[in-house]
Design a protein around this ligand. Structure first.
Ligand code: OGA
Ligand code: NI
Length: 350
């Protein structure tokens, strides 16, 4: 039987301390468990670098511009992250989804814990999946949806879960079709010749996705805390909607951390590990992180888009000698579950 994305994600059971978020409402000082200092195991010191002021901003791609493919291709090669405007997703839909995200995270801690992710599971309420790789905890709580949110939403609102589920369904539907459209443009910019298999396993009907709702409450001593530790996303690409509170940063070689500020009407797109493989390394899979804010509560909705779990991902044939071996989506997720940022180097052919 075919494996689903949620089975592939859940293949290594976690301890409860790596699932239950803090009760943020009851906390007024940053607990030791959440204090990140420079000696902490953040990836290769990437947290210490400060961005130079002269570095340009995360590129903006107008999807309706006549040269969209070129601008988007450049952004993918040089940054691995960009913001899209004129993407066709109605702002009312984004606003509606965001209001349900706020409602969810505003529930009392004991209520949210009713929808806790199970130790071997992938969906529901909990801390970030990368938490077990770090000795300190993050100033963050999340809720993961793969397909329908009904199972966990019923635990949160036994009588009144449908509105939440409908908002999440419409949001995911829009994100899936936008992600597919962006993938087509990306493949065009790579002048791909053998993209048919990828496009069919990542079609609107066959593709698999996950919706990650993130909440970063106002944070005391925010300079010593991390909202989401540096990581790359695993699938093909991620589309992120953030509320009007900044915090997302992308790592640039020789420069440091650059903020991807909220831009009205824009969605953030970043390359994930699988697209790095497909592009034979031409598109960098970008390290990004979230820093918490002292005064404002940040929310985001990240849609991770990938091909069917059983499908094979490999570098496109027109991009020269393959630098990575081919891998199924589920095999890749299992390697990443064990090795995090070493997963891509493990697949190198030379
Ligand atoms: C993620 C992520 C960034 C954000 O969920 O993988 O990188 O701004 N989120 O919340
Ligand atoms: Ni991410």
């Amino acid at each position: 039987m075919a494996t689903t994305l949620s089975e592939a994600y859940g293949d290594s059971p976690l301890q409860l301390k790596h699932i239950i978020p803090l009760d943020f409402d009851s906390i007024h000082d940053l607990p030791d468990s959440h204090v990140w200092t420079e000696s902490v195991d953040l990836l290769s010191g990437k947290h210490i670098c400060q961005a130079h002021v002269d570095e340009s901003d995360v590129p903006i791609v107008d999807l309706t511009a006549p040269n969209a493919v070129e601008v988007l291709g450049n952004a993918c090669r040089k940054w691995g992250m960009f913001q899209v405007t004129n993407h066709g997703v109605p702002s009312s839909l984004l606003g509606n989804a965001e209001s349900y995200v706020r409602r969810l995270f505003a529930l009392p801690a004991e209520q949210k814990r009713k929808a806790l992710r199970s130790p071997g599971g992938a969906t529901g309420y909990g801390v970030a999946r990368i938490s077990p790789f770090f000795s300190k905890l993050m100033w963050h709580e999340g809720f993961t949806i793969m397909g329908s949110a009904v199972e966990h939403a019923k635990l949160l609102w036994p009588q009144d879960y449908e509105k939440f589920c409908n908002a999440m369904d419409s949001y995911q539907k829009q994100m899936k079709s936008l992600a597919h459209k962006i993938l087509v443009l990306m493949l065009k910019s790579l002048e791909a010749k053998d993209q048919e298999t990828l496009l069919s396993t990542a079609s609107v009907h066959q593709s698999e996705g996950a919706l990650q709702l993130n909440s970063y409450p106002c944070c005391p001593n925010h300079k010593q805390a991390i909202g989401l530790a540096p990581h790359t996303d695993s699938l093909l690409l991620t589309i992120l909607h953030q509320n009007d509170t900044e915090g997302l940063q992308v790592f640039r070689e020789n420069t440091g951390w650059i903020t991807a500020p909220p831009v009205s009407g824009a969605l953030v797109v970043n390359i994930g590990d699988l697209l790095h493989i497909v592009s034979n390394g031409l598109f960098p899979t970008v390290y990004h992180r979230v820093i918490p804010n002292e005064m404002r509560h940040r929310f985001s909705m990240a849609f991770f888009y990938g091909p069917q779990s059983d499908s094979v991902v490999a570098p496109l044939s027109n991009l020269g000698f393959p630098r990575y071996r081919s891998v199924t989506v589920k095999e890749y997720l299992s390697i990443k579950n064990k090795h995090l940022d070493k997963a891509i180097p493990i697949l190198k052919t030379v």
